[in-house]
Design a protein around this ligand. Structure first.
Ligand code: FAD
Length: 551
C-alpha cells in the first residue's frame, strides 16, 4: 500500500530500517516504529497524501498520518505506527519579516524551520517571537505551534498561542485553508458555505455556542496550559472567532500546518539577572511569591544536577557556541570550584529584569534584591555583571534536560510528571506535598528545573525501564501527582502537551463533559481519524505502557 504513495508524491519516501528507527523516538519515554517516513516536497504533496489516506482508510483502518518536525517532543506526540510526514526537509523557508512600528512585527514562516534560524531573521529586524522553549536550538516553529510551547519569557509574554496570527493548514478533505480571526460577518459567510470548510465552521460554532459557559469554566486557573484542545480561546466574548487558536496545541491531530504567521515583539535592550542560591527547597514557594511581585521578565530554576552536568560537559556545550567560547568557559570557574569544594546549591533561581536603558533594569534589581534579602536573610544572592556571565546561567537552565538525556548512564530520563503547573499562590502548599509524593519512592532519583515564576516545574526522574517495578511507577505516580495538581486547580501540562503520556489523564483533568467535547472536535475535523490517532482523545494508559521504550 505504501508503494502507491510513490506515484503521487514528489518528495522522498523511506522504509529503510535506520530511518524508521530514527523516527520511532522523540524526547519522551516511548518508542513507536512507523511503517514509512515521507518527506513531502510541497503543499500539493500534502494534499495528495491526505486524499490518498482518506481513500484507503476504510480498507486499512490502521493507516494514519503523523506530522513530525524536529522530534524533540517530550510526550510521544510525533510518534505513530503508520506514516510519518517529516516537515524539516522541505518546509523550511522563512518568508517576510515585517516591522510594525512602534514596537512589533509579523513574520511568515514554514513549520519545519528551526527556531534558532527563525530567530536570526527576526533579530536582524530587532524583533522576537518570545515564547521560545529551552529546546530553542533543536526544535522547530511548527512543533512550537502544534504543542503551544512556552519558555523562559512566557512569564511576561505568554505561550505560542498568543503569537499565532494565522495558520495555513491541510484538512482531512485534502484541501488547504487559512485559519485566522473572523468577525461576525466573516463567520456568517463561512457558515453559509456548502462545503467541508463551511461544515467545520458550522459545527464548531454550534459546539462552542451550545456549551459556552461549560467551556469557559473548564479553562484552568494557571498562566500556561497545553492540555486538551484550547476551546476557550476560539471565541472569547463571542467576538472574534478563530480556529487557528484551536489548532495551536492540537499536536497534529486536526490537520497539517503548512505555514504560520507569527506576531512578534520588540525585545528590550538591556537585561540583568538576579541569581538566588537555595541550599534547601523549603523556602521556594514563598520566595517565588516574593520575587514575582517585582515583575521579572523571566524567573527560572535549575537544580544541582544541571549545574554539575554543565560544568562536566562544558566542551560539548562549547561546540555550539561560535563566539567567545573561551571567555565564557572561564566564567564557569566558580562553579567548578563549588563542585570541587562540595558547595553546590540545591537549586539556583534566576530572575531576569529588563529595560530600555541599563538603569531601568538596574532600578528593578535595586528593589527586588533587598526585598529578597530582607525576607530571606540567609539566602545568598548575586547580580550578573556582564551578558557573558548571564549567558552562563542561561546555558545551565536551557541545557539541563538535554545534557541529562545524552549523558545519564544506564538510565532513561523519564518525563512523565514533567510539566505540572499550579497558581503561583498555591506553591508554598503544593511543593512540599509534591515532594512527599515523590518521596514515597525512595530509590527514585530525579532532577528539577522549570519556570518558577509561572509555578511550572519540570520534574524528570531517571529510571531503568528494564526493571518492571520501575515501569509500574509511571502510571501509579502520575495518578497521584495529577490528583494533587487537580486539587489545586492546576494543569497536568503547562507547555509540553499531552501526547501518548498524558492523553489518558485528560478526562481526569477536565471531566467527562469536556473530554467528550474534545472527541467531537476531533470528529468534526478528522471524521476518519487519519491525523495522529491516540493523542488528545481515545487512548489509555495500557496503550501508553505498550509503547514504553524498555531498552
Ligand atoms: C532539551 C529539551 C528542552 C525542552 N524544553 C521545552 C520548554 O522549555 N518548553 C516547551 O514548551 N517544550 C520544551 N521541550 C519540548 C519540545 O522541544 C517542544 O515541544 C518543541 O516545540 C517541539 O518542537 P519540534 O519541532 O521538535 O516538534 P516535534 O517533536 O516534531 O512535534 C511536536 C508535535 O507537533 C506536531 N507537529 C509537528 N509539525 C507539525 C505540522 N507541520 N503540522 C501539524 N502538527 C505538527 C507533531 O505531530 C507532534 O505532536 C523541550 C524538549 C527538549 C528535548
Amino acid at each position: 500500500m505504501i508503494e502507491d504513495l510513490r506515484g503521487i508524491v514528489k518528495g522522498e519516501i523511506s522504509i529503510e530500517e535506520e530511518e524508521l528507527k530514527n523516527k520511532s523516538r522523540d524526547a519522551s519515554i516511548f518508542e513507536v516504529k512507523p511503517e514509512a517516513v515521507v518527506y513531502p516536497k510541497d503543499v500539493e504533496d500534502l494534499k495528495n497524501i491526505v486524499s490518498w489516506a482518506s481513500e484507503c482508510k476504510a480498507e486499512n483502518p490502521n493507516l494514519s498520518l503523523t506530522a513530525r518536525s524536529a522530534g524533540t517532543d517530550m510526550t510521544g506526540g510525533p510518534l505513530n505506527d503508520s506514516v510519518i510526514l517529516d516537515f524539516t526537509r522541505y518546509f523550511n523557508r522563512v518568508g517576510e519579516v515585517t516591522a510594525i512600528p512602534p514596537d512589533g512585527g509579523i513574520a511568515v514562516v514554514e513549520p519545519g524551520v528551526y527556531y534558532r534560524d527563525f530567530e536570526k531573521e527576526t533579530l536582524a529586524k530587532n524583533l522576537l517571537m518570545p515564547s521560545y522553549p529551552a529546546s530553542r536550538e533543536i526544535c522547530t516553529v511548527g512543533g512550537m505551534a502544534a504543542n503551544n510551547s512556552g519558555g523562559e519569557k512566557s512569564l511576561r509574554f505568554g505561550q505560542t498561542v498568543r503569537y499565532v496570527e494565522e495558520l495555513a493548514v491541510v484538512l482531512s478533505d485534502g484541501n488547504e485553508y487559512t485559519l485566522h480571526g473572523l468577525d461576525q460577518n466573516e463567520l456568517a459567510q463561512k457558515i453559509s458555505q456548502q462545503d467541508f470548510e463551511g461544515e467545520v465552521y458550522r459545527r464548531m460554532r454550534g459546539l462552542i455556542e451550545d456549551n459556552y459557559d461549560v467551556i469557559l469554566s473548564a479553562k484552568p486557573d494557571v498562566t500556561k496550559n497545553s492540555a486538551g484542545y484550547l476551546l476557550w480561546d476560539v471565541w472569547p466574548n463571542r467576538e472574534t472567532f478563530n480556529l487557528a487558536k484551536l489548532f495551536v496545541g492540537s499536536q497534529g491531530t486536526l490537520g497539517l500546518i503548512t505555514k504560520i504567521k507569527f506576531r512578534l515583539i520588540r525585545p528590550k535592550k538591556y537585561s540583568k539577572l538576579l541569581v538566588i542560591f537555595l541550599n534547601d527547597l523549603a523556602p521556594l514557594g514563598e520566595l517565588v511569591k516574593e520575587v514575582v511581585k517585582f515583575k521579572p521578565e523571566s524567573f527560572e530554576a535549575f537544580d544541582d544536577q544541571a549545574l554539575k552536568l554543565a560544568v562536566k560537559f562544558l566542551p560539548d556545550i562549547m561546540k555550539n557556541i561560535k563566539t567567545g567560547a573561551f571567555s565564557l568557559a572561564l566564567k564557569f570557574l566558580p562553579e567548578l570550584g563549588m563542585m570541587i569544594m562540595g558547595g553546590v546549591p540545591e537549586l539556583v533561581l534566576i530572575a531576569e529584569f529588563t529595560g530600555e536603558t541599563e538603569s531601568e533594569a538596574d532600578d528593578k534589581l535595586k528593589m527586588a534584591e533587598p526585598a529578597v534579602k530582607k525576607k530571606f536573610p540567609s539566602l545568598k544572592t548575586h547580580i550578573t555583571r556582564s551578558l557573558e556571565e548571564a549567558e552562563k546561567y542561561w546555558i545551565m537552565r536551557r541545557e539541563s534536560f538535554n545534557l541529562l538525556r545524552h549523558h545519564v548512564q544506564g538510565k532513561h530520563t523519564a518525563p512523565f510528571i514533567d510539566d505540572v503547573i499550579v497558581h503561583v499562590d498555591q506553591l508554598p502548599e503544593f511543593l512540599p506535598r509534591l515532594k512527599d509524593l515523590i518521596g514515597q519512592y525512595p530509590g527514585l532519583t530525579y532532577t528539577v528545573a522549570g519556570h518558577a515564576g509561572d509555578a511550572n516545574f519540570h520534574v524528570i526522574p531517571l529510571m531503568d525501564f528494564s526493571d518492571e517495578a520501575n515501569q509500574r511507577i509511571i502510571p501509579e505516580l502520575s495518578e497521584k501527582v495529577y490528583d494533587l495538581v487537580l486539587k489545586y486547580n492546576g494543569s497536568i501540562t503547562a507547555e509540553h502537551n499531552d501526547g501518548i503520556i498524558r492523553t489518558p489523564f485528560l478526562e481526569k483533568m477536565y471531566g467527562k463533559e469536556i473530554y467528550e467535547l474534545f472527541g467531537r472536535v476531533k470528529r468534526i475535523f478528522d471524521p476518519e481519524n487519519i491525523f495522529n490517532p491516540g493523542k488528545k482523545y481515545g487512548a489509555n494508559m495500557n496503550y501508553a505502557m505498550s509503547c514504553l521504550n524498555k531498552n
